[in-house]
Design a protein around this ligand. Structure first.
Ligand code: NAD
Length: 487
């Protein structure tokens, strides 16, 4: 794990994180390897003086970034960041594996290429950035709107897709002329520092994007000021509610990307192999740690036996092991605490809920955070493993008999992030998709996430949209109306 230590000292030399200026206490914590539990890296949290200084710097830097750099110049910097990232793909992928425990095969082929594309995508937006409208209200009045940045924004990230999280928040913030203070999850701090390094190398002025390390207390302090005009948060519903409440007092804008417990509906006319693959992707990708995972798998009663036989056979093929090995498909859980949370839900499923454990759910005999993918059957809607977000590889299989019934049951949850349908009847899938109370519907696929589309949840899964498209992009701007008397 030498790489991470080297990276931290290298970045410290370049003063990319806020460096100590006072003798005020600074909390230090240590991260362990998810693979074998050995000490991996020491992280020093930002303290109050660091936070205050970062906010002041971000205010000044934002003025320069918006007023002195044209949209095209800002775009060139993002575009260059995309190219630099392409050259550093392997390095970033390896660091991300060490922080998250996720498999190199996923991160190298999905996360980092998506981030490269995302930076380039946002760099191509200047053409629509100045979109406003002219309103023909009266002959003697020219009235029009235009878009302006919000000012200082804060991004707060979760630990499952840390690098993508950092890019997906910072790139749209920056292209519109905002500055951003970013607080990655305390469990996965490294890749945000690399992004700061890449932005610097691409020519981003100092202070426009700053990374502050630490836990939730650091994030809470960062947003506890009216100078921060927007908070873009990815994390749990519980934390999202606290942020929303505090933001209301200061009238800060928020986008909240929160948890889920999404339904995956398997219709009797589907292609079973494809549906099984979908269920595996929707439950075990990223070691099951995906917000939109389709963990409530509703299978039509008539195909249950075939579906389960194929599912178990396919799940047995998933290689669990060293996440740095290209052939590995399941790595360790991000931390011991998180592994224990998932194991506790497996116990609840067996002992309290009374579901039947069909496959897996064992802790591997190692110092790492390894568990095998877990499939429960004989599940019912009221069970805790069916109602609560586990955020690990726990699939609950339920059965249904007709379409209206399954839609009603799919919607009977406080969450509303995503849903999936596997069927060969596309007309039916389109009809059902309109009835599902979720922000994202997948038909004969699962967990695609092109950055061109808005992303977000309904109900307690979130507020607002992030990602591409105007709905999401305008969340990074204010709209101003201008009235000009012309006679
Ligand atoms: P979390 O809520 O524990 O932490 C998320 C971030 O919030 C961390 O950086 C943490 O330090 C910070 N934080 C904690 N307390 C805070 C406070 N009081 N004020 C401000 N910030 C605070 O979530 P997590 O365990 O890191 O992530 C897992 C959760 O994230 C799951 O519920 C998952 O579904 C959700 N998630 C959602 C999406 C989405 O796009 N909807 C994507 C990824 C993860």
């Amino acid at each position: 794990m030498k790489n991470v230590r080297t990276l931290f000292s290298h970045l410290k030399r370049k003063r990319l994180t806020v460096t100590p200026t006072t003798t005020e206490t600074r909390i230090t914590y240590e991260l362990q390897s998810a693979v074998d539990g050995s000490p991996r890296v020491k992280v020093t949290s930002a303290n109050s003086s660091d936070i205050q200084r970062a906010i002041e710097d971000a205010q000044l830097a934002q003025q320069v970034w918006y007023n002195d750099y044209s949209a095209q110049e800002r775009a060139r910097i993002l575009s260059k960041a995309s190219s630099i990232l392409s050259c550093r793909l392997d390095e970033v992928a390896q660091i991300e594996v060490m922080d998250t425990g996720r498999c190199i095969s996923e991160i190298r082929t999905n996360d980092i290429p998506s981030a490269i594309h995302m930076l380039s995508y946002y760099a191509h937006l200047p053409g629509i950035l100045s979109h406003g409208s002219v309103q023909d209200v009266h002959l003697s009045l020219l009235s029009y709107t235009h878009r302006e940045p919000l000012g200082v924004t804060v991004g707060i990230g979760a630990w499952n897709f840390p690098f993508l999280n950092t890019v997906s928040k910072s790139a749209p913030a920056l292209i519109f002329g905002n500055s951003m203070l970013y607080k990655p999850s305390e469990l996965t701090p490294s890749s945000a520092l690399i992004l700061a390094d890449i932005y610097r190398e691409a020519g981003l002025p100092e202070g426009v994007f700053q990374v502050l390390l630490g836990d939730g207390n650091v994030a809470a302090e960062m947003i506890h000021t009216e100078h921060v005009r927007k908070i873009s948060f990815t994390g749990s519903v519980e934390t999202g509610k606290k942020i929303y409440k505090n933001a209301a007092e200061k009238m800060q804008k928020v986008t909240l990307e929160l948890g889920g417990k999404s339904p995956l509906i398997i219709m009797p006319d589907c292609d079973i192999d494809r549906a099984v693959q979908g269920a595996i992707d929707a439950n075990f990708y990223a070691n099951g740690q995906v917000c939109s995972n389709g963990t409530r798998v509703y299978v039509h009663e008539s195909i249950k036996d075939d579906f389960l036989a194929t599912l178990v056979h396919q799940t047995e093929q998933l290689k669990v092991g060293d996440p740095m090995d290209e052939a590995t498909m399941i790595g360790p859980m991000v931390s011991k605490d998180h592994m224990n949370k998932v194991l506790e839900y497996i116990r609840i499923g067996k002992e309290d809920d009374g579901a039947t454990l069909l496959y897996g759910g064992e802790k591997l005999n190692s110092n790492g955070n390894f568990i095998t993918p877990c499939i429960f059957v004989d599940c019912h809607d009221h069970m805790r493993i069916v109602q609560e977000e586990v955020f690990g590889m726990l699939m609950s299989v339920l059965t249904f008999q007709d379409d209206d019934e399954v839609v009603a049951r799919a919607n009977a949850t406080k969450f509303g992030l995503a849903a999936g349908i596997y069927t060969n009847d596309i007309a039916k899938a389109l009809r059902l998709s309109k009835k599902l109370e979720v922000g994202n519907v997948y038909i004969n696929t699962y967990n695609d996430g092109p950055c061109e589309l808005p992303w977000g949840g309904m109900k307690q899964s979130g507020i607002g949209r992030e990602g591409g498209s105007l709905e999401a992009l305008y969340e990074w701007t204010e709209c101003k109306s201008v009235y000009v008397k012309i006679d």
